[in-house]
Design a protein around this ligand. Structure first.
Ligand code: EPU
Length: 307
């Protein structure tokens, strides 16, 4: 049940933010996770900065939450405040640039990429999440990454200090970016007005089909659990994929409680319904130990862990 002081009030006020706090299992694609002490949902960039400054003044630690698609959250109370950027949804056109709010669902942008003039993200269907998290993770795959057309990112540091940064070489890495640990409020793409719409649509269709047939998109999961090992080049390919490594060891279907290594793509762990943090964690440890033992490779987590 939603309390009377619901999330509509949880923009700046600590009492409303405490009342609005719900288990993060309701807000994460893994469907796992306990309740933060405060839940803030600013509706403007100014409010987001104000939340951060007020939390700082009270000594309350803050974590930023995008769509919750790449996150494994512990059960029980999560100390501090969570700042959700999901209400920061806007599109601002500045000449040949399009600035988009961090709370915008990425899949919608990808589907409209050709019309919006940012065809390079047409190769990113099936990547869930909201733009802020997608940018912070530099999410993508074999058909393209969000970073391909990105020119600028704006937001705040955790103390509430605003930034607006032009993308520089080195800002975007393999499943990482210079924006990790910051609160992203918008991302700006360079528009290509001479684009080939038909080619963008073809890329979209091809990438969609690939995703649908190779990944358990409908299941409760946090996407790929591990990064592809750096020693293998960090990019997709039969010999370079953590999923292929785990698969070769026969670990598809391996389970702890309701946490199961996906039978479709071995780098996904799916929650079949009642998985707890501890189940997923034990399964992660088991997979890591098997890969370490068999291949001498130390798998690194791609999913972020809050505990
Ligand atoms: N493979 C297997 N068994 C498996 C999974 C994969 O043999 O269980 C093989 C595939 O057949 C293929 C190769 O491994 O030959 C690579 O697989 P895939 O194309 O699925 O790519 P990946 O490296 O496993 C990466 C990203 C995905 C992204 C895909 C496709 C990482 C950690 N993962 O996976 O991103 O969707 O490429 O573009 O970089 C995510 O980040 O959450 C994610 C799902």
């Amino acid at each position: 049940m939603v309390s009377r002081l619901d999330s509509a009030d949880a923009r700046l006020d600590f009492d409303a933010a405490r009342a609005a706090a719900r288990p993060l299992g309701e807000r994460t694609s893994f469907r796992i996770g306990g309740t933060p002490e405060w839940w803030f949902e600013p509706t403007t960039e100014e409010e987001a900065g104000e939340v951060l400054r007020r939390c700082r003044a009270r000594g309350v630690p803050v974590r930023a939450l995008g769509g919750g698609y790449n996150l494994l959250v512990a059960d029980g109370t999560i100390g501090g405040a969570v700042l959700s950027t999901r209400r920061l949804r806007f599109e601002r056109l500045h000449d040949d640039r399009l600035e988009v709010g961090a709370g915008t669902p990425f899949s919608g942008l990808v589907a409209r990429a050709a019309d919006l003039g940012i065809p390079t993200i047409s190769g990113c269907p099936g990547i869930p999440g909201q733009l802020g998290g997608v940018v912070a993770m530099n999410a993508g795959g074999r058909h393209g990454s969000v970073g391909d057309a990105l020119v600028e990112v704006a937001g705040f540091d955790l103390l509430g200090q605003a930034f607006r940064r032009r993308i520089e070489p080195g800002d975007l890495g393999y499943r990482t970016s210079a924006f990790q640990g910051l609160v992203v409020t918008s991302a700006t793409f360079l528009r290509d007005v001479t684009l080939d719409r038909a080619a963008a649509r073809r890329l979209f269709e091809e990438a969609s089909l690939w995703k649908r047939t190779t990944q358990p998109l409908g299941a409760a999961s946090a996407g790929c659990v591990f990064k592809n090992p750096a020693s293998y080049g960090g990019s997709p390919g039969p010999a370079r994929s953590a999923g292929a490594l785990i698969d070769r060891l026969g670990l598809k279907g391996e389970r702890v409680g309701d946490a199961v290594v996906s039978t479709l793509h071995a780098n996904f762990i799916v929650n079949e319904g009642g998985a707890h943090f501890a189940d997923v964690w034990a399964l992660i440890e088991r997979v890591k130990a098997r890969v370490r033992g068999a291949e001498g490779v130390e798998l690194e987590l791609e999913v972020k862990v809050w505990r």
